[in-house]
Design a protein around this ligand. Structure first.
Ligand code: IPM
Ligand code: MN
Length: 360
């Protein structure tokens, strides 16, 4: 059956990294004669400039009909002062919500060769390999009521942090199952010492633990996890958390690996439809200079092959090609510890050459 793929480059370095990813994708389509149908649309600030909205109805419709969406990044200082509903971030939040992409998988791993690029000491981050499972369509990001009240004194703003048991169960299930396929350790993170929603979260996750007797479950308070991630990240295997804490913890985890330019993510719904995007943003400070690291975007393609395109074999091949690429000493600027580095556009051709060599 034809698989439908939508590429949304977005803004800033999103455009540079998706074009590298696209080269790898097209190489594999040719090599494997894959029956893929590919569309590409603008999103975020670039879509706002052309259509006055960060996400057009047409693009949303194509997204809803796609098996996998490959998303670059959105945002930039020129759009920071736009009205709330046309800000570039709304495209991302709108896609997540309307496709029901509740399960956000954010792996953080270290290529030991890159340990010196990490801000932490080598012995702390060596062999780092953790998976953050972040709930993505609920919690305080989407809770109602919400708003800003200006006609009272004092004026105020408010949001609602809410999770019902079904939302907690479905994300915890993803996390328990991921742990079963890894080192069988799951840490659930919230603020059960302060928030009722967290206390409730903890009770549901605890209840589910009897369905997964092999998984060692622990609970941690989010502030402690933030500290522990920097002190001793290797104590974790899988971390599961709500939308807001998961957002913060995944940035910390990504930084441990040396460069946020290395890490992919997958956002999945219950029918294995997924959006795949690098953990980094649009990096306006380096956009257009040809120095962005496209590896996170290319590994996001690997995740698309694994989770939505039913070709785990190709996911493994991309990942192993990236390992070889790193072991050859090839480095983009963000991960180079010398003055020498390669340009964004040199990365895909090297990875394709490795894929070719390994295929013969
Ligand atoms: C992320 C980003 C988004 C989020 C922003 C851009 C809306 O930080 O994907 O982690 O907060 O979820
Ligand atoms: Mn974030």
């Amino acid at each position: 059956m034809t698989k439908k793929i939508l590429i949304l480059p977005g803004d800033g370095i999103g455009q540079e990294v998706t074009s590298s990813m696209s080269e790898v994708l097209h190489y594999l389509i040719d090599e494997q004669s894959l029956d893929f149908q590919i569309s590409e649309r603008k999103v975020g600030g670039s879509s706002y400039e052309e259509f006055g909205t960060p996400l057009t109805d047409e693009t949303l419709k194509i997204a809803q009909n796609s098996d996998a969406i490959l998303f670059g990044a959105v945002g930039g200082p020129q759009w920071d002062n736009l009205e709330w509903d046309v800000r570039p971030e709304q495209a991302l939040l709108g896609l997540r919500k309307s496709l029901g992409l509740f399960a956000n998988l954010r792996p953080a791993f270290l290529f030991n060769e890159l340990a010196s690029a990490s801000p932490l000491k080598n012995h702390i981050i060596e062999d780092l390999d953790i998976l953050i499972v972040r709930e993505l369509t609920g919690g305080v990001y989407f809770g109602e009521p919400r708003g800003i009240v200006e006609n009272e004194t004092p004026k105020y703003g408010f949001n609602t942090m809410i999770y019902n048991e079904d939302e907690i169960r479905r994300i915890a299930k993803v996390a328990f199952e991921a742990a079963m396929n890894r080192d069988k350790k799951l840490c659930s993170v919230e603020k059960a010492n302060v928030l009722e929603v967290s206390k409730f979260w903890r009770s549901i996750v605890s209840e589910m633990s009897s369905d997964y007797p092999e998984v060692e479950l622990s609970h941690q308070l989010a502030d402690n996890t933030a500290m522990q991630l920097v002190l001793n990240p290797n104590q974790y295997d899988v971390i599961v958390s709500g939308n807001l804490f998961g957002d913060m913890l995944s940035d910390i985890a990504a930084t441990l690996s040396g460069s946020i330019g290395m890490l992919p993510s997958a956002s999945l719904n219950s029918s294995s439809q997924g959006m795949f995007e690098p953990c980094h943003g649009s990096a306006p400070d380096i956009a257009g200079q040809g120095i962005a690291n496209p590896i996170a975007m290319i590994t996001s393609l690997a995740m698309a092959f694994e989770y939505s395109l039913e070709r785990v074999d190709l996911a493994r091949r991309i990942e192993s090609a990236i390992k070889i690429f790193i072991s050859k000493g090839l480095r983009t600027k963000d991960i180079s510890n010398s003055k020498e580095f390669i340009q964004t556009k040199e990365v895909a051709p090297s990875i394709i050459n490795i894929l070719k060599d390994e295929h013969e």
